[in-house]
Structures are given as C-alpha cells and as structure tokens.
Design a protein around this ligand. Structure first.
Ligand code: TXA
Ligand code: MG
Length: 335
C-alpha cells in the first residue's frame, strides 16, 4: 500500500479534511497529530477498520484502544453509569491530554475494548484532530501511531519510520506540543485512579474535584490488572537503555567501555559533562521540553552508532510521566 503524506505544517487546506474523512468513512486507517503524540485513527464503529490498527501496529489483541471524540456530548454517547465527578473532570481538563476509562455503552466495535466492559475516551485539544473527527462525523479509535513496543511518534517522520506502506495516509502537522501520551484515568469507581501518568497530575485532579485520586502502581508482570498495557514492553529504543543512579554513572561508563561498548549518555549533572563517551546529550532542566523531546531523543540513537544508552536518573524525580516512560523504556535500572 502506498501511504499518502498530507502536509499541514505551513497551511491547512480544507479539502484535505474532506479527503481524510472519506478515507476513514471507507474503513481506512490514517495517522494524524494530537497535542500529545501522533495517533493512528480508524472508525471506532467499524470492526474491520479497527482490526487494521492492530495489524499495522503489531498490537496485542488484548490491549484496548482509546477513542477520540470532538465533544462532551459525543463522549457521553459512548459510556454509561458515569460517576458524578466525571462531569467536573471533563469541564476542567477536556479538551486536553486526559483519557477517561468508563463503562462502555457498546456503541463501538468489540475489539476496541479488547474484551473489557470499559472504554477509554478522550477529547483531544488540537485543531487538526478536532477537524478530522468532526468532518468524519465518527468516534475514532486512535492509539499512538508507532509500531507496538516503540517510542510514540512526536513527528510525522517517526510515523513514516514505523508505519509507511501499512496505512492509507499520514497527516504531517509538525512536532507535537506535549510529547508524552495522555493521563489515563479509571473513572469506574468512587474516586478516580490514574493508570497511566501524563501531564495532568493526580494533584491537579484532586484539586478539581475535591476527591482523592490515587496512582495505580505496576506490580506483577502477569497480574490481571485494570491497566492491560502494563504487561507489555513499551517505548523501547532500538539500542538498549539503562537508567543509572547519578552516583554510579562514572563506574558504569567505565565498565561498559572496558567491554568495548560504544556508549551514549543522557545526563543532567554538570560533573558528567567531562566523561569520555561516544555520544552525549545534556537533558537540561526544562521539564516540558524534556517531555516534548524524550521520544525523539530515544529514537535518535541507532545500532550502527552506539551499543548502549545510559541515562542518569532520577530525571525530575517528582514528574511521574517522565519517570514512568523512562522506567518502562529501560532494559535495566541500576539504583
Ligand atoms: O495521548 C494519548 O492518549 C495518545 C493519543 C494518540 O491520543 N494515545 C495513546 O494511545 O497513547 P495508546 O493506545 O498508545 O494508549 C492508550 C492506553 C493504553 O495503555 C491502553 O491500555 C489504555 O489506554 N486503555 C485504553 N482503553 C482502556 C480501557 N478500557 N481500560 C483500561 N485501559 C485502557
Ligand atoms: Mg502507545
């Protein structure tokens, strides 16, 4: 299949939205930017179209897809038994980087929920995404537009790298603003539980609704859980990533070097700037910028150039979203 690239960086041509909507209505799958990462969209009500997402991504069939809608009304159509606090959450944070997991009203194709009775729904805050959903007039199943296991795409180039030839079209809207995926919140209980941290924090949620908001922690890899995705490899770069406690970086670099390994180093402490490694990148102290660029940085290291990426940690210890993605992406953590 030839993947059509639709440019929307410089100027937006209204006719393009009509064309994209036609592809989606015909059951094709299309990648597009959102404010978090690029998504791979399909008509959520069309089982055949939804299956194409699982195939193109190589996604395990028991990992549910979240669904993008344009309005609060459209969101409510897809769910039932909604606790009172959800309305306040939507008014406070949507459109935005937050996915609500709620009881499904079974309006979408069965494999969207991957056998669960719940559905994850989000109203994205990006003009291109909203225009596509509105023009198509459909809820769109839209996971991140990467091959399963890889870092999520934050530029159209990353989607091309992973999915060119496997999907109908890619909308190039430039670099995404936030860079990490939405906060996923289980809203099926008396109070919300974060099952994937993102830029909207538990503290912000608690403030908005005056209820406790807990953060679900990964336990056993095999555990039957509220967060089906937790048992899979995620965000892994092509070269193995090792998180190394600041105090041990020097010793680990020496050990890797003694095995003739070519080392890339991601660091924040000034004292590590002097270390002799093959590639070096200073992460800096701007959290939003690190979040925005993290996946691009992880994707930038290639097997031809380096054998291992060492990343000093903690990188912004209190920032759950960044630490969660780094921990998941890492092959090993040296504490
Ligand atoms: O920011 C985002 O959420 C991006 C953009 C494209 O919207 N999408 C995204 O999709 O990150 P994906 O599929 O890569 O991650 C969605 C997460 C997965 O961890 C999935 O397991 C979880 O949401 N999820 C979806 N439906 C769920 C459900 N019914 N119950 C529990 N978790 C669910
Ligand atoms: Mg993903």
């Amino acid at each position: 299949m030839k993947t059509i690239i639709i440019e929307m960086k410089e100027q937006i041509n209204k006719a393009d939205f009509h064309f994209i909507a036609q592809l989606l209505q015909a059951g094709e799958i299309v990648a597009f930017p959102t404010e978090t990462v690029y998504g791979l969209g399909a008509d959520a009500t069309n089982e055949t179209a939804v299956q194409k997402i699982f195939t193109a991504k190589g996604r395990p069939s028991d990992n549910p897809l979240n669904v993008l809608v344009a309005t609060k009304e459209q969101l409510y159509e897809l769910v039932k038994d909604v606790p009172n606090y959800v309305d306040k959450l939507i008014d406070t944070f949507s459109p935005g980087p937050i996915t609500y997991v709620l009881k499904s009203s079974n309006q979408v194709a069965p494999s969207v929920s991957a056998g669960l009775t719940t559905i994850g729904v989000r109203i994205p805050n990006h003009p291109i995404t909203l225009a596509i959903i509105e023009e198509a007039g459909l809820p769109l199943a839209a996971p991140s537009a990467n091959r399963s296991g890889r870092p999520s795409p934050t530029k159209a180039e990353h989607v091309i790298e992973d999915l060119a030839g496997k999907i109908a079209a890619i909308v190039d809207g430039g670099q995404t603003n936030i860079g990490l995926e939405s906060t996923v919140v289980d809203c099926t209980g008396e109070h919300p539980i974060i099952i994937r941290p993102g830029s909207i924090t538990a503290e912000e949620i608690e403030t908005a609704i005056s209820l406790p908001c807990t953060v679900y922690e990964k336990k056993e890899a095999t555990e039957q859980s509220k967060a089906p995705a937790l048992k899979y490899v995620h965000y892994a770069p092509e070269v193995p990533l090792i998180l190394v406690n600041s105090e041990k970086v020097e010793a680990v670099v020496r050990a890797e070097k003694s095995e003739q390994k070519r080392v890339a180093l991601l660091y924040q402490s000034e004292k590590l700037a002097q270390l002799d490694v093959d590639e070096k990148l200073y992460l800096g102290d701007d959290e939003a910028k690190v979040a925005q660029q993290l996946y691009e940085i992880l994707r930038s290291f290639k097997k031809e150039d380096v054998d291992v990426i060492l990343c000093e940690f903690p990188v912004f210890e209190h920032n759950r979203a960044i630490m969660n993605r780094l921990t998941e992406a890492a092959m090993e953590i040296i504490k």
